[in-house]
Design a protein around this ligand. Structure first.
Ligand code: GMT
Length: 382
């Protein structure tokens, strides 16, 4: 009989605020803890996706002492110090950094501080840590170094793995482990006529977008696409999330005179229930390494209209679960959305296929198992 595998002592390090990498790290941490592993979460704030009621995960707040000398409080050092302190108290098998900057260098420093018996380190690349922030000359060399020094590296899509190899001239193995969705939580059955009526009358289509409103998301394109749509068909737009582009988006909505048709919901906890009310999900980003929000909409049975960029074609199959159009092609994206609005049969068919794809290719439990075997492989490495 095979011996049961020993539960692992794991440290997960992530950004706690709204953004895909924090969501993936949090959901992964909770799922691993529910599978019996001892999971420690490290961040400067409790990640919003991990409720305090989730007792199986242990949260360690990283505090950075402020001092007048520090214009920029040294979070990277504070994180490394916290990691080493906890590892000394409760030896850890592995530290998993989500989003390379600055987490991967802190796990490296922790390993150096502990020396013999130090935990192994895994870095998961999420997107802008490679395609945007990591390329900045103030971060490039240290990002490359911290990736090369990780005991294991994963990327959330084939596209991101390729971008990493090309942009950082790295030839270490990068295992692609796609993001996942909890299809028991994000599901079409959350569609509810009463809730939907709060956002749009029955005869009007409900279009939605969810992001952290960074420039890379092209939220202004969302507004412009909707403006084209609403000239041809009755519709409403729900904008979920918050970030630097919120005010410019508000101004554009006012300039185009479509305020009565657009609702800014801001940061929200009930994401599955909101997504399930939509008829079309818009994600016209400049780049997405994966597009977790699109996957969450798909799991709710909502077809996606998105840019053909980065890892999005690995998630949304064009013509099967939605439509992919060139970045910035507002006319084509508006046409695709209008097509879905005008043809309920097409919308239903693509929505159903989207749900099936989320269940078949990105189910939480299977992807979490892939992470588990990856950890064991890294731990076995000499
Ligand atoms: O979109 C962002 O800038 C946030 C970023 C994050 O790390 O929070 O999102 C990235 O990671 C997500 C989870 O892996 C991916 O689904 C997003 O596509 C990716 N964003 C970009 O590549 C722009």
């Amino acid at each position: 009989m095979e011996k049961p595998l020993k539960p692992l002592n794991l440290g997960i390090i992530c950004h706690p605020t709204y953004g895909g990498s924090g969501v993936v790290a949090s959901e992964l941490g909770m799922a691993l803890a529910d599978r019996g592993h001892h999971v420690h979460i490290f961040s400067y704030l409790r990640p919003f996706r991990i409720p305090a009621t989730h007792l199986r995960t242990q949260f360690h707040e990283v505090e950075v002492t402020s001092y007048p000398l520090f214009k920029y409080p040294p979070y990277t050092s504070a994180l490394a110090t916290k990691l080493a302190a906890i590892c000394k108290e409760q030896p850890m098998d592995l530290l998993h950094a989500h989003y390379a900057i600055p987490h991967a260098i802190s796990t490296y420093l922790c390993k150096q501080m502990i020396g013999a018996g130090a935990p192994r380190t895994v870095t998961t690349l999420h997107g802008t840590d490679i395609t945007l922030v990591g390329l900045d000359k103030s971060f490039f060399e240290i990002t490359r170094f911290s990736i090369l020094e990780s005991d294991g590296v994963t990327a959330v899509s084939e596209n991101l793995a390729l971008e990493t190899r090309e942009k950082f001239q790295i030839d270490c193995p990068i295992q692609v482990i796609p993001n996942f969705v909890d299809t028991g939580q994000f599901k079409p059955s959350l569609r509810d006529a009463g809730l939907r009526a709060a956002f749009a009358p029955k005869e009007e289509a409900l279009i939605g977008h969810l992001s952290n409103f960074r420039a890379v998301k092209r939220v202004l394109d969302v507004v412009r696409i909707f403006h084209r749509v609403v000239q041809k068909a009755p519709a409403r737009l729900l904008l979920i999330g918050d970030g630097p582009e919120r005010e410019p988006a508000r101004n554009l909505v006012a300039e185009l005179g479509i305020q009565p048709k657009v609702k800014f919901l801001g940061l929200h906890r009930q994401i599955p229930a909101l997504l399930a009310q939509l008829d079309v999900f818009l994600l016209p980003s400049e780049y997405e390494s994966f597009g977790l929000a699109a996957l969450e909409a798909m799991a709710c049975g909502v077809p996606v209209v998105a840019s053909r960029t980065g890892g999005l074609p690995e998630v949304v199959i064009d013509g099967e679960c939605g439509f992919l159009r060139p970045v910035g092609d507002l006319a084509a994206m508006a046409r695709a959305a209008l097509d879905l609005i005008a043809r309920p049969d097409l919308r239903r068919r693509l929505g159903k296929a989207a749900r099936q794809r989320a269940e078949k290719c990105f189910p939480r439990d299977r992807i979490v198992e892939i992470y588990e075997s990856f950890y064991r492989k890294v731990l076995e490495k000499k």
